[in-house]
Design a protein around this ligand. Sequence first.
Ligand SMILES: [Zn+2]
Length: 372
Amino acid sequence: MQTTPAVSGLSCTVCGESAALDAQRCPDCGGVLVVEYDAGAVESADDAVPLDEAAAVSLHEGETPLVPVPDLAEELAVASVAVKNEGRNPTGSLADRKFALAVGAAVQQGAERVGTPSTGNGAQSAAAYAARAGIDSKGVVPSRCPFLNKAMVNVHGGDMYVVEGRYPDAVDAFGEGDDEFVSVGPGHPFRVAGATLLALELVTDGAPDAVVHPTGHGETLVGLRQGFELAVEAGLTDSVPRLYAVQPEDCAPIATAIDSGEADPTPVEYPDTIVGPLEVTDPAAGSAAVAAVEATGGDAVAVPDKEILQGAVDGCEMGPEVGATGGTAVAGIRALADDGAFDEDDDVVLVNPVAGSKEADLLRSHLMSQGM
Ligand SMILES: [Zn+2]
């Protein structure tokens, strides 16, 4: 694989074992793998891009704006709040950072077809990057996946399998009767590496004290931890920000584990949240995400759908457009502030993982339910 000089291999977040660059999970314990860097070779955020330019598949993902939201900072009595607007990525979600690398790595392994189960945005992104790389893709999505995602998978020429039911049904169906593809599924080390680059970009933006992230599989939290730790080791910043996971109350396996002091999330049997992208009952990077939150001195919170939708509408009034997924971060920072998580001199970043306009229907029906 054509990696950059700073990359030394893959290592396991659980047992620390090294693994070959084409591994997907730890061969010893099944733990989530991360790309391992030589911090001495990282002089700027760009040095942590794992695949060299010739091997990269890019649609110019990343370099997203960090938008200050002074009204929210005032409401919560913190020094600053800013939204890292990942909705500005090529297909409108944070997933683009991940699939640029995971599809690039698969192409390096000779893949002619990649596949992932997805709540929607991941399938759209995988199809876009596979098309860019000139290979085939398949996305397996649940029937509740938004029309926009399904349509765009088709537009990018991807094979789409719509599975009756919810996301866990799509995960079960993934790979059944069709194994002619390389998986770029959740927990893939190069997907995590996309979030590592997000952390390094936040350091370049000015290193916050805390990051609040709407959480599904947890792989972004794992990458953020690694990226911030790498930045400290490389001397790019002084300390690792506290990471806060926010999940919808009716599907909150990671928040529940953190709240009850358990290392491993228990899968949710009956999920019921309006926030489709976060309806992940059995997170692929759950245990590593719990460890990431705890290692940084952060915390987790679960918030009701009603507060999420109100958070989204309020967020749109105060700052850049956010949908239900980004509204989860707004509801989360409010709940965390109520719990005394922040000091008055804290600079807090909210990650908006999905363009607000991708989830317009949810916000519109929330307004209508209030007679507006
Ligand atoms: Zn391991």
